[in-house]
Design a binder for this molecule. Structure first.
Ligand code: F0G
Length: 370
């Protein structure tokens, strides 16, 4: 086999979601593609969560922490930044609870564009802040929360010199549809239920749009029920009112006035899904459970749908969507949106009690103490 032939038959890898799903995305031959090979994340079968649900149901985790900047944001960012480059913008801007800024900074670097990220001071998980600096973004910390930051960015985006790459940019939503496409491609049809965390509500909206797009294309006859989970202290959609001072340990979804509120509500209603809340205690317990029982370490916001799944299984909690009503053998997908190493402080507290022992077998064996 000569070298040229080897290149021709090699599968196309590392080219990202635009290359794979071009026909469903708002790009043309004229669009310069800015990609870091995002997407193609594993859909991991979870035997223990499946056992908790019971009745032959199958639970899968879409592990979005394995994207290039370790969150799902990269799927939308490749499209948003490619389109911004096509329009000839000089700089990108976003507000963020951390992951959008990490992703925007990386794709801006890749595109050779400048990038400003506006963040709530003191409220960004350390790994995400490190990423924004590492990729060379201009980091602006404001005395305010995410909702204040987004209001400022909306204003600055009215000027010609900035392209907003928050999920209010429809190109972001378009790119994030690719997660739904991949799930259908992997399962052979849409799941029956899809659980995910709700912050600014763009991702739930994007998944629903993706499932509908794929149904129109004849790739799946059915659609899932979309079930979103907010943190109890930051639950504007659940309560139906703006939360002025949202509070939760899950800093990624500490949002009181979501930009895609309306669209997400519609998706939930049309899909016959639900919105529910989980407490910080439930989120942290689910994060720990997933790491120690399934070997998957996610950031707190990403554990919200896992806590949510457990709530749905337990009538004692009065869940907004009870799994008592789902049919046997249902397929359930939970999106776990970001990697655990982005927000290490909470788990790192465990290591504070770490004691050093002598460098010999006896001391080590005593310390193991199983
Ligand atoms: N999970 C993670 C890890 C997130 O970073 C976010 C949002 C969400 C879930 C919620 O997704 O906003 O589409 O409903 N993070 C945004 C940010 C707000 O700035 O990084 P959503």
């Amino acid at each position: 086999m000569n070298e040229q032939h080897a290149v021709d038959v090699a599968p196309k890898r590392g080219r990202g979601v635009i290359d794979r799903y071009r026909e469903f995305l708002p790009v043309s031959e004229a669009t310069p593609i800015v990609s870091l090979g995002e997407g193609g994340t594993p859909l991991i079968f979870s035997p223990r969560l499946s056992a908790i649900v019971g009745r032959g149901c199958e639970v899968y985790l879409k592990y979005e922490g394995l994207n290039p900047t370790c969150s799902f944001k990269d799927r939308g960012m490749t499209v948003a930044v490619s389109k911004a480059l096509e329009r000839g913008v000089a700089a990108l801007i976003c507000a963020s609870t951390g992951n959008t800024s990490a992703s925007a900074a990386a794709y801006a670097a890749r595109a050779g564009l400048r990038c400003a990220v506006v963040l709530p001071a003191g409220k960004i998980a350390s790994g995400k802040l490190v990423q924004a600096f590492a990729y060379g973004a201009k980091v602006i910390a404001i005395e305010g929360n995410f909702d204040d930051a987004l209001a400022i960015v909306r204003k600055l985006g009215e000027r010609d010199d900035f392209a907003i790459v928050n999920s209010i940019n429809p190109d972001r939503i378009a790119g994030q549809m690719s997660a739904a496409f991949e799930i259908v491609d992997d399962l052979g049809r849409a799941p029956d239920l899809h659980l995910l965390p709700l912050g600014n509500a763009g991702n739930l909206t994007a998944h629903w749009a993706g499932y509908r797009e794929y149904q129109r294309a004849g790739k799946s006859a059915t659609l899932p029920a979309m079930i979103g989970f907010q943190a109890a202290g930051a639950a504007p959609i659940f309560h139906g009112r703006v939360v002025e001072n949202p509070e939760t340990i899950a800093s990624a979804i500490r949002i009181g006035n979501p930009a895609s509120w309306q669209a997400a509500n519609q998706a939930v209603a049309n899909s016959k899904g639900a919105v529910d809340i989980v407490t910080d205690e439930e989120i942290l317990a689910a994060q720990r459970w997933l790491a120690t029982n399934e070997g998957i370490f996610v950031e707190p916001a990403s554990a919200a749908p896992i806590a949510g799944l457990m709530k749905c299984c337990d009538p004692a909690y009065g869940p907004a969507y009870s799994f008592a009503q789902i049919r046997e053998g249902s397929r359930i997908v939970c999106t776990v949106t970001g990697h655990g190493l982005k927000d290490p402080e909470i788990v790192a507290a465990d290591s504070a009690n770490l004691k050093t022992v002598s460098a010999n077998e006896d001391a080590v064996l005593r310390a193991i103490d199983f």
